[in-house]
Design a binder for this molecule. Structure first.
Ligand SMILES: Nc1ncnc2c1ncn2[C@@H]1O[C@H](COP(=O)(O)OP(=O)(O)OP(=O)(O)O)[C@@H](O)[C@H]1O
Length: 577
């Protein structure tokens, strides 16, 4: 409980006024909840002792009517407030979490799976919010009700009878708590299994086209079923404990009733209490059942929330390896980028993917990068996006380490078109404007023209306003590529990186785009990774990357005169034409 309060103290402090009102309401509701039984007991005593008058009857009936109406009013206000606060808390926690995710680097995303990250922001966060709201209600209302009931039972009916009847209850509560603490271990396991199941569902939904194309529905369903089965199994353990022990509590509660009735009857005969008193007393015993089991249930929620807080905090405590320092420098343009003996290894790999890379890129140059598949071309150019820190050597921009500059500024220098295109469920123009949200319509038109996307618009039923389905389902591969290129070009970036981004366009379109780049990106830098040499033919420098190392460098004309991978590939591509 302390953990939840500590974790959410920032929220409670900010919302203290609302929490105070809710606290007062709950105390009021718990007192009112006990009133009907008391009034009923009084009424019975009045009837039994033949003291019932018309006025008294009206008074008692009026009281019995007023009590639920008041309770309804107070509960209404309380429920409204508590729901609002719960939503506010969930919203703020989600915002914090998502903001944190945006700050994380690629290493973090290699460590955690999507499904796991989603389940932490959905089910874990729900468990925290639920506990935070039920904590107040559960503790204040239920504890309040139990204490008031015991006080009324003791002071207005009989302390002796109260002590006899309720002494058995701590045994019941202890049993319930043992069950709940045992469950905690299994709930943690269940959360992990649930995250795994979410990941599998995500993978199937995302890969449904491939699954269908390879007629793998049955195998995929089998995989899903296994995950679902594991999920159910893990629940079974949790429910098992509940089923074994909860009925025991009911038996113990039954004993409390028997004690109340038998001793109560005895005290009536002894004229220590009245019949109305016993009826009120038994009604209170009944009323205690709900709060006692609820309190125990709240401990379950607190248990769940503890696990969820740990899972939530685990993410919030992660700090990105790639981060800004207080003295990070601003940069809006550059003259020279140097790779000096750069080596890079992915965080969880043993061997480096690129090794001893030395490159000089001057502002305004076009650099071509070619090489066999898997040679490390994408890995090399992505070093300019500052996704990871290099493992060895250094990347210098105008003589200073790339790590000395603000990450955002470095990314703003670059317009990156990745191999796989990420399109959002928005219109075509909105997808392009992600590159520069405040771009004018002229800038948009120009980017569309440069990316040679103009001719596609007439095939889209709503032109630039056509909605792009999830992952760009309504566009062809080439259209997706051109849209992504337009998104990068609208930024008019200092460095344009095309990572095999012309692979799905025909030779004529490729030619158009390359010519547009030559014409309109004078003074700006282009880095083009390509498998087709036509795309990098006119580059100022072409780098050949083989097994993570630069094996050749020069212009096209220089390279075709050297023996090596470039010449061999060039001849092969020429003969295939
Ligand atoms: N995130 C990653 N984690 C671990 N290894 C990776 C990761 N991304 C790529 N690799 C590995 O790094 C190597 C180089 O991959 P990279 O994508 O840089 O090559 P490439 O030359 O661009 O290939 P292609 O021409 O096929 O696009 C490959 O062996 C690949 O498996």
């Amino acid at each position: 409980m302390k953990k939840i309060i500590k974790h959410l103290s920032w929220f409670i402090q900010a919302e203290w006024k609302q929490y105070t009102i809710m606290f007062i309401l709950l105390v009021g509701i718990s007192i009112i909840a006990l009133a009907p039984a008391k009034v009923l007991g009084e009424a019975i005593d009045v009837i039994v002792s033949s003291r019932l008058t018309k006025d008294r009857l009206y008074f008692l009936a009026g009281l019995l009517l007023l009590i639920p109406v008041t309770r309804y009013g107070m509960s209404f206000v309380y429920n409204y407030m508590v729901t609002k606060e719960a939503q506010k808390l969930a919203y703020q926690l989600r915002q914090k979490y998502l903001k944190h995710l945006f700050n994380m680097d690629s290493k973090f995303y290699e460590m955690y799976e999507k499904g796991d990250l989603i389940s932490r922001v959905t089910s874990d966060l729900d468990a925290i919010t639920q506990a935070a709201t039920s904590l107040l209600e559960g503790i204040i209302f239920n504890v309040g009700l139990i204490l008031f009931a015991i006080l009324v039972m003791g002071t207005t009916i009989s302390w002796k009878l109260t002590l006899i009847s309720i002494t058995i209850m701590p045994i019941g509560i202890t049993i319930l708590n043992i069950v709940r603490s045992k469950k905690r271990k299994y709930i943690k396991i269940h959360r992990e299994i649930y995250a795994d199941m979410t990941e599998k569902v995500l993978e199937s939904v995302e890969g449904q086209k491939t699954i269908r194309a390879y007629v793998q529905e049955e195998n995929d369903l089998k995989r899903q079923n296994e995950a679902i089965h594991k999920d159910i199994e893990s629940w079974r353990y949790i429910v098992k404990y509940e089923n074994w022990f909860t009925p025991m509590f009911e038996v113990i509660y039954g004993i409390a009733y028997i004690l109340a009735f038998s001793f109560g009857t005895f005290y009536i005969i002894q004229q220590e209490i009245t019949l109305g008193g016993l009826i009120t007393f038994v009604a209170y015993i009944g009323q205690l059942y709900g709060p006692i089991t609820s309190i125990s249930g709240i401990f379950t929620q607190i248990n769940n929330a503890h696990i969820s807080i740990d899972r939530f905090e685990e993410i919030m405590k992660q700090s990105p390896e790639v981060h800004d320092e207080s003295d990070s420098l601003n940069i809006i343009e550059f003259n020279e980028i140097q790779f000096k003996n750069v080596t890079f290894k992915y965080p969880f790999d043993k061997h480096p993917v690129i090794k001893n890379i030395d490159i000089n890129i001057k502002k305004g140059q076009t650099i071509g990068i070619v090489g066999p598949t898997g040679a490390g071309k994408s890995t090399l150019i992505r070093q300019l996006l500052r996704e990871f820190n290099v493992s060895g050597g250094s990347i210098l921009i105008d003589g200073k380490s790339i790590e000395a500059y603000k990450i955002e500024d470095i990314r703003n220098l670059v317009g990156y078109v990745p191999q796989s295109h990420i399109l959002f469920r928005r219109s075509v123009d909105e997808n392009i404007l992600i590159g520069k949200p405040n771009a004018t319509s002229q800038m948009l038109d120009k980017a569309v023209k440069l990316a040679d996307f103009e001719k596609d618009l007439m095939f889209l039923h709503d032109g630039l306003h056509t909605m792009v389905g999830e992952s760009g389902v309504s566009l062809s591969g080439g259209q997706k590529q051109r849209l992504s290129i337009a998104r990068a070009l609208i930024k008019d970036p200092e460095i344009l990186i095309l990572d095999d981004s012309l692979s799905a366009v025909d030779a004529k379109t490729e030619d158009n785009i390359i010519n547009h780049l030559k014409e309109f990106r004078k003074g700006k830098t282009n880095i083009i990774v390509a498998h087709r040499f036509s795309a990098i033919h006119d580059a100022d420098v072409i780098l050949v990357l083989e097994s993570g190392q630069i094996t050749q460098r020069g212009t096209h004309h220089e390279l075709i005169r050297q023996e090596g991978w470039y010449k061999t590939q060039f001849i092969e591509q020429m003969t295939m034409r």
